[in-house]
Design a protein around this ligand. Structure first.
Ligand code: DLL
Length: 434
């Protein structure tokens, strides 16, 4: 079985667009009638639900931003009375109040199907034993994967994140075949296994489904090599359902299929709000067209990506979005140059003298912002002494300068000193805010 919901995953573009328009009309009527926040927004713009006549009319609708969710915390954007909700997730966010993700029973059912699509595309089957090491709780990763896995009938081992030694023991004892976690936690598991003398490549583990944070293709290959698995990807966000919004397939061309019968996707210029054409990079905007509890219109994710529509070797016709390498908030602007942490990751992972463990420190020197990257040396390099270390630092600094055009200081630190991730890795430390 190659698809979970073949009808939608392989639908012709015309049929998909007809379906999307019907759902968009329903959604706009639904939010207009049920959510005062949207009624006021649409009234202010002079838009009535019956004005939505084509998909192009999407551009007339107002954007929703993170602060709208914070201002309406916890249930102000719910279209159904709170007793009709069956679940609420939340994302902690870095500042201010968290953001809530409320679900009706029907929303949960749809989410499970979206997850089942993603897992099926990754090659997960009902006969698999899955260790779900995403955090269970308010975070959508744990329960989101759990429901999708249950839907396809696989055996779920709900380890949640943390207790890494126990994860490895369970992997050996239960003969786990699939690992679900953040990519950074997968790396932590691989490293701990090596320390314990366990060769993960000799175990039945064969697939990983990773997501919830940016990770480069180099990082994927590193994890694949250390674990002896095929690594797949899941993308999503609490505001839209959680994981299950987009997923990669066997094509692995750096793009993810979007469940576009559930979410309409647009790319906008983050400054002007103008919709950008296919292929152009900008801010990712989603409109939920099947949700009951909280269908957001034109939600600005702050994630930066582009879209393409083309025949995929997997047979899916679902539109594709480029792998997200960062959010607009993560972009560092140093001496006028825009740098994403993932660019630095790509380069570091190509250097054989260092471990894939790093942290980027932003500092203020006078009026200037500067970057310093701490990366762990391989034990042999560290033990070789100051001269070798200096040489490697110099080499990486030169590579980085060639790539981004500005000077970034590299410091090789001793093995094992950078904090290991059990969930979303914290790659950037901003000392300017101290
Ligand atoms: O991270 C949902 C999720 C759980 C996705 C498990 C995949 C796997 P939030 O905590 O609300 O939800 O964070 C959402 O995380 O806007 C992106 O910036 C980032 N993100 C999620 N998946 C990816 C990915 C979950 N595959 C935010 N690549 C999003 C890059 C990702 N960034």
């Amino acid at each position: 079985m190659k698809f979970w919901e073949e009808k939608f995953e392989t639908m012709s573009v015309d049929a998909m667009q007809d379906f999307q328009l019907t759902q968009l009309k329903k959604t706009v009527t639904w939010v207009y009638e049920k959510i005062p926040f949207y009624k006021n927004r649409l009234d202010d713009l002079g838009i009535k639900p019956q004005d939505i006549k084509s998909l192009a009319d999407l551009a007339k609708l107002p954007f929703t931003v993170k602060n709208d969710l914070r201002d309406n915390y916890p249930f102000g954007l719910c279209a159904v009375p709170v007793p009709e909700l069956v679940r609420v997730h939340a994302s902690s966010g870095t500042t201010g109040k968290p953001i809530t993700g409320p679900y009706t029973a029907e929303d949960l059912e749809q989410w499970s199907n979206c997850m089942a699509r993603s897992l099926t595309a990754a090659g997960v089957r009902s006969s698999d034993i899955i260790q779900n090491a995403y955090g269970y709780g308010l975070f959508t990763g744990g329960l989101g994967f759990h429901q999708g896995l249950t839907k396809i009938g696989a055996t779920v081992v709900p380890t949640s994140s943390g207790q890494t030694e126990r994860q490895i023991t369970i992997m050996q004892d239960f003969r786990t075949t699939v690992l679900c976690s953040t990519p950074s936690y997968a790396l932590t598991i691989a490293e701990k296994a090596a320390q314990m003398g366990v060769d993960l490549r000799a175990l039945p583990l064969r697939v990983g489904v990773f997501g919830a944070e940016p990770w480069t293709v180099e990082m994927r290959k590193e994890i694949e090599a250390r674990m002896g698995i095929k690594a797949h990807e899941a993308y999503g966000l609490t505001e839209l359902m959680g994981p299950g919004v987009a997923f990669d397939c066997e094509g692995q061309d750096g793009f993810l299929h979007v469940n576009e019968d559930h979410v309409l996707i647009e790319i906008i210029d983050p400054v002007t709000g103008e919709v950008l054409p296919l292929g152009q990079k900008g801010e990712l905007v989603f409109t939920a067209i099947q949700r009951q509890a909280m269908p957001l219109l034109r939600y600005r994710t702050r994630d930066i990506t582009s879209i393409k529509r083309e025949q995929c070797i997997c047979g899916r016709t679902l539109v594709k979005m480029e792998k997200v390498y960062g959010r607009s908030d993560d972009m560092l602007i140093i001496s006028g140059v825009n740098i994403f942490p993932s660019q630095i990751e790509s380069l570091l992972l190509d250097q054989k003298e260092v471990e894939p463990q790093y942290v980027i420190i932003v500092k203020k020197r006078g009026y200037l912002d500067t970057l310093e990257v701490h990366v762990e040396a391989k034990p042999a390099i560290y033990e070789a002494g100051a001269e070798t270390i200096k040489g490697v630092e110099q080499k990486i600094e030169n590579h980085l300068k060639g790539m981004v055009g500005i000077g970034i200081k590299i410091r090789l630190v001793s093995p094992g000193t950078i904090t290991r991730s059990e969930g979303k890795a914290k790659r950037v430390i901003d000392e300017r805010k101290k």
